[in-house]
Write a protein of this length. Structure first.
Length: 337
């Protein structure tokens, strides 16, 4: 009887399989769309502050500033660094603090004295992360070519040091990479670490992500307005620094009517704008005390001289007024257009 029941069960199973509908054909998978192109991140260059050089009393009053501008122009033209001029109002004892406030990687200072028909020049490059001198040189300058050579030599030394630091970091990262844990071990380790993790304060990333700046750059023209030349230099440096945090910026060392100069400044490189500004100051009284308030009006022009934007902001310092005006412009024109 059992054998008959098993046979009937086997026959019924085959019958059900035969009666079952054929399996549905497999659907052709829809191709995954390619991701949209991501803007190319511009490499972050080391920021270098070049302070006006000190000089002996028998030299022209503008010698130090002109020398610093020459170094900045040559270093930026050679590439690999982002050099800007430090304000003349910053004293030597505050060089390091000011450079660090700008997140600069290095600063350059020097001293010049007359020597025969030429100039004796002493230069120093300081690493702001340690406050130590990493490059120093003494040179005899006879002409423009000599000065240019010194500026390029400093630039080359900084670039070589940056490359060496990057290589050392890559090697140490490769050696310090731990072997992957099994999934259960990783979960256990993560749970234990969570018990002892401090919350609220995070260790800053020593290598922050690269800022993606728009392709459209900005040429900076010297700030006008306030008759105090030192304040105008400070405002021009502050304008460069504030814009450089968001855009690709180049210093023209030009002054005057930016609208009229725009076409010449841009030349064949038309995918840019030209920025300048006007600085003014007023005395604001509060009770028995008074303070100086600064107003900065940022003007941005196209390469054809048409005004793209005008933004004004107030501040208790030149830097705060300039930074506020630039922040307002960036909010309205994130792509500089």
């Amino acid at each position: 009887m059992r054998r008959v029941f098993a046979a009937l069960l086997l026959v019924s199973t085959f019958a059900l399989i035969a009666a079952a509908p054929p399996p549905a054909p497999k659907a052709t998978p829809t191709p995954t769309p390619l991701p949209a192109a991501v803007p190319t991140a511009l490499p972050k260059l080391p920021l270098v502050v070049v302070y006006p050089f000190d000089f002996s009393s028998d030299m022209r009053a503008d010698t130090g500033v002109r020398t610093a501008q020459l170094y900045i122009n040559q270093m930026n033209a050679a590439g690999g660094v982002d050099a800007l001029q430090g304000p003349a109002t910053v004293k030597r004892a505050s060089y390091l603090d000011y450079a660090r406030s700008l997140a600069a990687a290095y600063y350059v200072s020097g001293y010049m004295t007359s020597l025969g028909s030429g100039v004796s020049l002493v230069e120093q490059v300081v690493d702001t992360s340690t406050g130590t001198i990493i490059l120093g040189a003494t040179a005899q300058i006879q002409n423009f070519e000599d000065a240019t050579s010194q500026a390029i030599s400093i630039r080359d030394g900084i670039v070589a040091r940056e490359q060496s630091k990057a290589q050392a970091f890559e090697e140490s990262s490769a050696q310090a990479t731990p072997a992957p844990l099994a999934s259960n071990q990783a979960n256990i380790g993560g749970g234990i670490a969570g018990l002892f993790r401090r919350h609220g304060r995070q260790t800053p990333d020593p290598h922050p992500s690269v800022i993606v700046k728009p392709a459209k750059g900005i040429f900076v023209v010297r700030v006008g307005g306030n008759p105090n030349a030192t304040l105008l230099n400070d405002a021009t440096s502050a304008l460069y620094n504030a814009l450089n945090q968001r855009y690709v910026v180049r210093n023209t060392n030009s002054g005057g009517d930016a609208a009229k100069l725009a076409n010449t400044i841009c030349g064949a490189d038309r995918n840019n704008t030209v920025a300048t500004g006007t600085l003014s100051s007023t005395s604001v009284r509060r009770g028995f005390f008074s303070r100086t308030q600064y107003t900065f009006t940022l003007d941005v022009y196209t390469c054809f001289g048409a005004k793209l934007a005008e933004t004004a902001a107030d501040g208790d310092s030149v830097q705060s007024a300039v930074s506020a005006a630039v922040a307002a412009y960036a909010a309205d024109h994130p792509q500089n257009s």
